[in-house]
Design a protein around this ligand. Structure first.
Ligand SMILES: Nc1ncnc2c1ncn2[C@@H]1O[C@H](COP(=O)(O)OP(=O)(O)OP(=O)(O)O)[C@@H](O)[C@H]1O
Length: 228
């Protein structure tokens, strides 16, 4: 018969480090925005919270490899953002808070470009496009999109390929109320089925009940702190 301790141990979620940050320092014009000696992001869903200007976007852009910084970040198992940037970018996808894309392209063309770059499975985008009601507008040029339509496109692009980690900067802004539960379902399914880790940033506390096992990271006073 199983005793209680071993039964509990067998159901305990086992976390492992997905992103490891070493000797990180980011400054603008000599002013430090973030400094982290050693910081680990474990597998799971993380809600990165902080006031306006605290450094959330700076941190996510650095982790995405589109902003320079001192130090290093490694993705599991040991893929350095600086020494193996191509492999790192396959492992870590990113959607910007306010996405900007070449507006002469159509959404369909951009999705095909990203699928090719990310070596995505055939028809991977279809479930996202259909569930978010994007089918009708994707053949149009991006220059005609509203901010919410653009946001949905950027979110679909962040899910393409087989990333170990997806960074979504302010994913909830500009989405309408009907779209929020759909995005949460994408995140929950991707996490459950593929084991993908998520970092979601917001200036608000996490209030949703639609995502399982969310842990918070606070950005304040030029550093990060796990608070849950
Ligand atoms: N390109 C830049 N040049 C100079 N300073 C910058 C630059 N980008 C950001 N900053 C500064 O870095 C700090 C952090 O900005 P960041 O955009 O990372 O904050 P945030 O937490 O994402 O804010 P918000 O919630 O308002 O989006 C702010 O003080 C901002 O003024």
């Amino acid at each position: 018969m199983l005793n209680l301790a071993s039964a509990l141990a067998s159901t305990t979620i086992r976390y492992y480090p997905v992103l490891t940050i070493h000797n990180f320092h980011k400054a603008y014009n000599g002013h430090t925005i973030l400094r982290l000696d050693n910081f680990t992001i474990d597998s799971g869903i993380h809600w990165i919270r902080g006031h306006n200007g605290s450094g959330k976007s700076t941190f996510l852009k650095a982790l995405a490899g589109i902003l320079s910084f001192e130090g290093d970040v490694t993705a599991h198992p040991n893929i350095s953002i600086k020494k193996n940037p191509t492999a790192y970018r396959s492992a870590v996808n990113f959607a910007e808070a306010e996405p900007v894309f070449p507006d002469f392209l159509t959404g369909t063309e951009l999705i095909q470009l990203f699928k090719s770059a990310k070596n995505a499975p055939a028809r991977q985008e279809e479930q996202y496009v259909e569930s978010m009601g994007m089918t009708a507008y994707l053949p149009d040029r991006i220059s005609t999109y509203s901010s919410g339509m653009l946001k949905k496109l950027s979110l679909v692009l962040a899910f393409l390929g087989r990333p170990a980690c997806i960074l979504l900067d302010e994913p909830l802004t500009t989405l309408d109320a009907d779209s929020l539960p759909i995005l949460y379902a994408w995140i929950a399914d991707q996490h459950r089925l593929a084991g993908t880790t998520f970092l979601l940033s917001s200036h608000q506390a996490f209030e949703g009940e639609l995502l399982p096992d969310v842990r918070e990271i606070l950005v304040a006073q030029a550093t990060l702190q796990h608070i849950g």
